[in-house]
Design a protein around this ligand. Structure first.
Ligand code: SF4
Length: 205
């Protein structure tokens, strides 16, 4: 709210405002409730319609756990979050559920410490803490439009196209995991295949 009112978009200024000024107890409790609800929804939908590396981890946990009733599922989600997830951030491209045990392996980590203020689609989409749903999928498809155009344009140098190829491929993978029949996939797949054929001289079937 402070950022939007005063336009203090510089992270250094923003942190100067909020450092030590939040109500930690309320914040922690709200966080636990939000992440538990998210994980509980994931369990109720049996992981359908989700993507991101954390969804693979959650599915594996679910396979190893017999959850019968709604109450059991809810309790499981709460305990899981309490023991394994230390924080949540909601970004337009996906949730960041920071896992306690593997925090140093976060893609944004520097010296083993996650730098989540540096969050961006190109790093988060390949991170172990990323969880995505259909809304995120749509946002990501809009976000990569310029990269799709770059791949399509024969005048764009290959060195630039490589960065576009990377993010477009990541988004395509996530969109497919969420909805394999998504209407945007045909066109994106064709561009990716064409790029791979030219760049790596491989035949894609
Ligand atoms: S790279 Fe993104 S998803 Fe991963 S920990 Fe950092 S902010 Fe979260």
């Amino acid at each position: 709210m402070i950022r939007s009112v005063f336009f203090h978009i510089n992270p250094r200024m923003w942190f100067a405002y909020v450092r030590n000024k939040d109500n930690r107890t309320v914040h922690e409790s709200a966080k636990l409730t939000a992440v538990s609800a998210l994980v509980h929804n994931f369990i109720m939908k049996a992981g359908q319609g989700y993507s991101g590396q954390i969804s693979i981890w959650l599915r594996r946990l679910m396979r190893n756990t017999k959850l019968m009733t709604y109450g059991e599922q809810k309790e499981f989600a709460k305990e899981l979050v309490k023991n394994e997830i230390e924080d949540i951030n909601a970004n337009p491209w996906g949730y960041c559920l920071l896992k306690t045990r593997t925090r140093e392996r976060a893609k944004c980590a520097t010296g083993g410490e996650p730098q989540r203020h540096n969050a961006a689609p190109d790093i988060c989409l390949g991170c172990a803490n990323n969880l995505m749903q259909e809304d995120n999928s749509d946002w990501n498809l809009l976000h990569i439009q310029a990269h799709v155009e770059a791949l399509r344009n024969p005048d764009v140098p290959k060195s630039f196209k490589l960065a576009s190829y990377d993010i477009v491929s990541k988004v395509a993978r996530h969109v497919r995991a969420i909805n394999p029949a998504h209407e945007a996939l045909n066109e994106i797949d064709e561009l990716i295949n064409n790029f791979e054929r030219v760049q790596y001289n491989v035949e894609v079937f």
